[in-house]
Design a protein around this ligand. Sequence first.
Ligand SMILES: Nc1ncnc2c1ncn2[C@@H]1O[C@H](COP(=O)(O)OP(=O)(O)OP(=O)(O)O)[C@@H](O)[C@H]1O
Length: 562
Amino acid sequence: MKPHRPKAYRWSRENYSKQRRYIDIWSFVLKLLAARWLYNKSWSYQGGMTDAKKATRRKALASWIRETLLDLGPTFIKLGQLFSTRADLFSVEFVEELSKLQDRVPAFSYEQVAAIIERDLGKSIEELYRSFDPIPLAAASLGQVHRSQLHSGEEVVVKVQRPGLRKLFEIDLQILKGIARYFQGHPEWGKGRDWLGIYEECCKILWQEIDYLNEGRNADTFRRNFRGHDWVQVPRVYWRYTSPRVLTLEYLPGIKISHYEALEAAGLDRGRLANLGAEAYLHQLLDNGFFHADPHPGNIAVSPDGNLIFYDFGMMGQIQPVTRERLLDTFFGIAQKDADRVVRSLIDLGALAPANDMGPVRRSVQFMLDNFMDKPFEEQSISAISDDLYEVAYGQPFRFPATFTFVMRAFSTLEGVGKGLDPEFNFMEVARPFAMQLMTNGNSSSEAAGSIINELSRQAVQVGNTAFGLPRRIEDTLDKLERGDIRVRVRSTETDRVLRRISGVNLGTNYTLLTCAFTLSATILFVSNFAWVAVIPAIAASLSGIALIRLMMKLDRYDRMP
Ligand SMILES: Nc1ncnc2c1ncn2[C@@H]1O[C@H](COP(=O)(O)OP(=O)(O)OP(=O)(O)O)[C@@H](O)[C@H]1O
């Protein structure tokens, strides 16, 4: 997060109207839907549709989305960052592109900073601080950080929230609620997806992130949880100089954990840092259940004496003890390759929606277990595991709660940073003592512990002797037969009619979209005093509207057919 060249974003203007915002956001959504519609139309590809061309188009669309989210400002930048963890909702190109979403917004002026501090803390900057650097140390979409000094001589940083953020959030979230409702009601996209639930979840996270009192409390809890670990440092909060929009913290400078050369130049041991990073996260997740949910490398630094410094406690995840127990159950299910147990525990966790026929999900889980458990434990990469898990989630009735995706993201970021610090880094190596400790501690039965150890030794034998593979495969096939996992193709007139109806409904959605898009374009042109040009989209809107009515009449006839 660096201060950078200013750009006149519309959302940062004083006179930016609610109506204009409405148009900007809906135009983005409609363009997105139009692109999605065109994506499967072979005539829209020059020289015919191929997988390579589709992939190129997906990539281009994903990068356009990233750029537009940046233009739409703070709410959308944050949402994009949040969605970059939802591989269960979007395909890999979009997730990759969204995870590159960096805050790239202009810093706000010192006058605005001074006004916010004075309004919130009731005193002027001069009265509160001995010195205050008017140039921010860092500027992001939600706020910026200034170095300063208290009258008592303590070096601090002051994090000040971007002006007008609350108002912008209120407007944006109201518009987004309409969009979530639209998706929820959609016959295709609404199925198996809880858009309104996701919307509520996002609202909660966004509001929490702009409450600096909440961030201060989180920092205090986090510091308490690491009391016994002097290799982790968390800036102290100066509560007398803190309000919902102003956060004063102890100044703790460090080298960013991703600045590998700088770390090396400072004589720090990269391998040790990689292990400490992993250990710090395992401690958060497994011992406390309270974890840093935004672990991008910018939020972790290393002090000159080699300690880890954590910044930014706006987004924290909380794993309840009961959830931890269920996670353990999933963990044991995975170790025993017991898809039924895994599916059951995922339902208990709320990560899977129970459905009448869990067969396909169970099959996918079994496939995943068979695939990654057949490799030796050390070779398994966290990101491969989470990719596989997302693969199962995508297109299935999965409802990954935010906590789950946060955990996944924390792990894969950490693995990336770990490998960057030390190419030999192996997350599983660090995780193993923790897993062993869990097995011998508290909640887990010795039987379960034994079965994991058995499983691990079984794998070791399997790796050493591939000849064991053949009987296992035969056994697996017999198993599958026994479970009735056989697919039968049935063709009937009834099915055909349902299919015809589904494709009719699809076409109807497209006509609706076109009508909306043309009507919107006509309205925009009309209000912008291009009344004559507005006639063209208006005609197009009427034509697609007529087509829609005709299609609905046709669908109605199908329904009444014997
Ligand atoms: N206590 C501190 N001491 C020294 N530097 C700090 C401190 N707190 C924050 N910084 C610096 O400011 C940067 C931004 O801080 P922080 O991440 O808390 O802000 P943010 O507005 O939440 O940013 P983002 O949303 O991009 O994470 C950090 O990456 C770090 O370089």
